[in-house]
Design a protein around this ligand. Structure first.
Ligand code: SAH
Ligand code: SF4
Ligand code: F3S
Length: 594
């Protein structure tokens, strides 16, 4: 059903990484504060927004096909507003408007603070055009005006992109300043759901952008230069989240362990410390050499959040870069029990030749030495705290031989990740690899290497899972398992709507992350954001002997399924409970409450 005119209904779907999920949550909060209402189905919305990812071609294709569908719908609904946000908007820029004239607004990830005014202008423009089209229905030009391609000729698109400005230091502070305000203005309880059941997990950004320029990667171009947020802002945000009931925080940054804030930078008229470019901790030191001076290091930041926000029972961070990860950070994790024993540290390849061509800045030997150091400090299975590692790999990077691939297999075997994300190389326009290297590994070879690596990782994941049998862990109950939700009649589409859609289960609203394993965040997955409520078609059977399956997570990020009495299930969601592992599969563990 198309929305009624004047109804400020928004559908927002998110693609890509956790950074994008957080951005969606923040813009949803700012739109909601202005009276917009979020809906779970695009057809119910007057404004359809896609927060996009450009990291691989596949991620972009999904958005192209969504936009294609909207072009058809727009022929009947000329006042529909279509917006592309995020990395794809930034990467494609106005070329996207030429290819997809049904798009009314573009907003790059560095400009999201401007989104409310872009949306408002786009609504006004579209309403005006629709009105003109209606009035022209009696004229011979009616066809022209209703056709979105032609309407485009008289329409003013709303565009906010950083372009190359994001890497010009003179404009950096100004550009980042308003973005900092977007994070600061976070609507802490965005769900408007059951106030007795606030959300339990949240993301907090500590660093924006990336300076690494790995040769295959678009992120430095779409997200701009690396900027570190002031520690006071981060800690305040954590405190507010904790006050709103959050007990688990994941700190976000593309190279999160590079966090480093130099104090004493200019204080601006509005009282904010000027966001600064920050100097990353580089040079392979084992400890940040400026620790203790006027610098807040990553280790300092972790310690401060741990000590100053004790209500946060779990603190994690993603994604780590395998260089410049000091022992000081490992010591802080070891000595502060609410810091999780989980490190996601992509290697990308096990071949030094490939790593060099990728501009990763480390060798396989250095990477393995780092993993050894992590294990020495943090792997304490006897204390119920085994260290869990995960990684990313790219197969089929230009010129990758069978020998290079074998080296990646060897690294995977040695690293013993609990899980690994494996991607086929996808050439991205604008990157160095795209310009300088021919994509010469065939898709068939990429697919085979991808499958072989996945199979090998599965065996390793399975072994690591088995090692956990008999151990007892504190697990965070994230929500109902996919199996339970399916039994309750939720469709696959509804299960993907893991953003901030409230779900009514057992007569109460459940928090956004509660789709549990159904909401498993993974690059390339998508979710929509809103405050609408999904009610399963089957009510939860809460009779005495009925059980349901809950999806939980260890602090090492392993997924644990627990069968619990149905009548207790909803009250356990969002809490941390002890559980003993009884069985293991490659990707999840089975446990019982103790
Ligand atoms: N900042 C993170 C990763 C961001 S992108 C880091 O450096 O670890 C997430 C993952 O996507 C990367 O780790 C990489 O494995 C993959 N990736 C990035 N660009 C890619 C490309 N062009 N083709 C295939 N995979 C890519
Ligand atoms: Fe991309 Fe490399 Fe930066 Fe990660 S570190 S975001 S892979 S350029
Ligand atoms: Fe994230 Fe994709 Fe952009 S991985 S940073 S949304 S290109």
């Amino acid at each position: 059903m198309p929305a009624a005119t004047g109804d400020k209904t928004v559908y927002l779907e998110t693609f890509g990484c956790q950074m994008n999920e957080l951005d969606s949550e923040l813009v949803a909060g700012s739109l909601r504060a202005l009276g917009y209402r979020f809906v779970a189905e695009p057809n119910d919305a007057k404004v359809v927004l896609y927060n996009t990812c450009s990291v691989r071609e596949h991620a972009e294709q999904k958005v192209w096909s969504r936009l294609g569908e909207l072009a058809i719908r727009k022929k009947d609904e000329p006042d529909l507003v279509v917006g592309v946000l995020g990395c794809m908007a930034e990467r494609d820029g106005t070329a996207l408007l030429k290819r997809m004239p049904q798009v009314d607004l573009l907003c790059g990830p560095g400009e999201l603070d401007k989104l409310p005014s872009l949306v408002a202008s786009a609504i006004t423009t579209r309403a005006g055009l629709a009105q003109m089209a209606r009035e022209a229905l009696t004229t011979t030009r009616a066809e022209d005006l209703i056709n979105p391609d032609k309407v485009r000729l008289v329409s003013a698109n709303q565009v906010a992109l950083q372009g190359s400005a994001s890497r010009r230091s003179s404009t950096l502070a100004a550009a980042e300043d308003s973005l900092e305000l977007l994070d600061l203005s976070r609507a802490i309880s965005p769900l408007d759901a059951d106030p007795d059941k606030p959300r339990a997990s949240a993301y907090v950004r500590i660093t924006r952008g990336c300076n690494k320029f790995c040769t295959y990667c678009v992120v430095p171009f779409t997200r701009g230069a690396e900027i570190h947020r002031p520690p006071e802002h981060i800690i305040d945000e954590c405190k507010k989240l904790a006050d709103a009931g959050v007990i688990e925080i994941t700190l976000l940054g593309q190279t999160v362990n590079h966090y480093r804030f130099e104090h004493g930078a200019a204080v601006m008229v509005n009282g904010l410390t000027q966001p600064q470019k920050g100097r990353s901790f580089t040079g392979g030191h084992r400890r940040d050499p400026l620790a203790g001076s006027n610098v807040t290091t990553f280790a300092d930041l972790l310690r401060r959040i741990h000590d100053e926000v004790p209500a946060i029972q779990r603190l994690r961070f993603v994604t780590s870069y395998p260089r410049d990860f000091g022992d000081d950070v490992l010591e802080v994790i070891r000595d502060h029990h609410r810091l999780c024993r989980y490190i996601h540290v992509p290697a990308q390849s096990g071949s030094d030749r490939m790593l060099k061509m990728m501009n990763r800045g480390y060798t396989v030997a250095e990477y393995l030495e780092f993993l050894d150091r992590c294990r020495t400090f943090l792997d304490e299975p006897a204390k119920g705290r085994p260290l869990m590692l995960s990684g990313d790999f790219i197969v089929g990077f230009p010129t990758e031989t069978e020998e290079d691939f074998q080296a990646t297999r060897d690294l995977l075997t040695k690293a013993r990740y609990k899980n690994a994300f494996i991607f086929k190389y996808s050439p991205r326009p604008g990157t160095i690899a795209f310009d300088k290297l021919q994509d010469d590994v065939t898709d068939e070879v990429k697919r085979r290497r991808n499958n072989e690596l996945l199979a090998l990782q599965n065996t390793i994941s399975d072994e690591i899972s088995r090692e956990q049998i008999g151990r007892t862990f504190e697990v965070m109950v994230e929500g109902f398992s996919r199996r339970t939700l399916r039994k309750m009649g939720l469709s696959g589409g509804q299960m993907r709507q893991a953003g901030t859609i409230a779900i009514t289960i057992g007569g109460r609203n459940i928090d956004p992350s509660t789709l549990g394993d159904a909401a498993e965040a993974e690059s390339g997955s998508s979710c929509s954001t809103g405050t609408s409520t999904i009610t399963p078609t089957e009510a939860l059977d809460e009779s005495d002997n009925a059980t349901v399956q809950l999806s939980c997570r260890t602090d090492g990020d392993q997924i644990v399924m627990i069968d619990v009495p149905a009548r207790r299930a909803a009250s356990l969601v969002g809490t941390i409970i002890p559980a003993r592992i009884t069985a293991a599969h490659a990707l999840s563990l089975q446990a019982e409450m103790v």
